[in-house]
Design a binder for this molecule. Sequence first.
Ligand code: DHB
Ligand code: FE
Length: 257
Amino acid sequence: MSDRVKEVVPDLIYAIRSTLKKHGVTFEEYGAAMQYLIRVQETGEAPLFVDAFFNATIVEIDNETRKGTQADIQGPYYLNSEAYQIISERLPHRPIDENAQDMVIRGQITDTDGNPLAGAELDIWHSTPDGLYSGVHDGIDAKYCRGRVITDAQGRYSVKSKLPVPYQIPNQGPTGELLEQHLGRHSWRPAHIHFWVRADGRRDLINQAYFENGEWVGDDCCETDHLDLVVPELIENGARVMEVSFALDPVLVVAAE
Ligand code: DHB
Ligand code: FE
């Protein structure tokens, strides 16, 4: 790591210095920027701040070495592996969501040559039908809208759940202020389903599926603009079907120095 720090950090500092020079930044503006950073720290928004502005860039870099399905940002609400019970039919939903719109998430996991991967694991998580994350917001039990599914002999999986909605990232603090007041943006993400896919000998894939024609698709505050998985609208028996298939790259072999 320390060699990488020596490689990357001087460039980073140089890029900031040259931006300050280009714009003739004053002492007053420099002080305001410092106060802003202190507020990011004091409000506990450091993870939100770096996620909102830089996470998608790291994902883009990661994707340069993928031939299969592209990765997407993880977001802050995966929790941990223990939050995922193996599900055979339906992700648990709160009793109050019983009448919310049904959704089926199904698809196939293959390698990059199209061979099915049996026994692959998908951790799936998404917001409740009113835009909250279990285990994070409003004391909602962490078991809701989360689960782990395992692919069958054909690499297929299918699970029912309830439809999520667009999600507004916290916008009351300094991150929202920068996005909305200074950058002229907004703080909304399109409705989405998160996936973390694992299979033996394959590179882990963290990504998200979006709903074609959904609000904010293509205009995500987190700038996930590669949108590999915008799923066409398909309704079966009143349920929105999300056909989401994944082609997993082989494990990345890092050349020995
Ligand atoms: C945030 C929330 C999400 O659900 C997500 O997918 C990405 C980011 C956030 O609050 O920053
Ligand atoms: Fe999310």
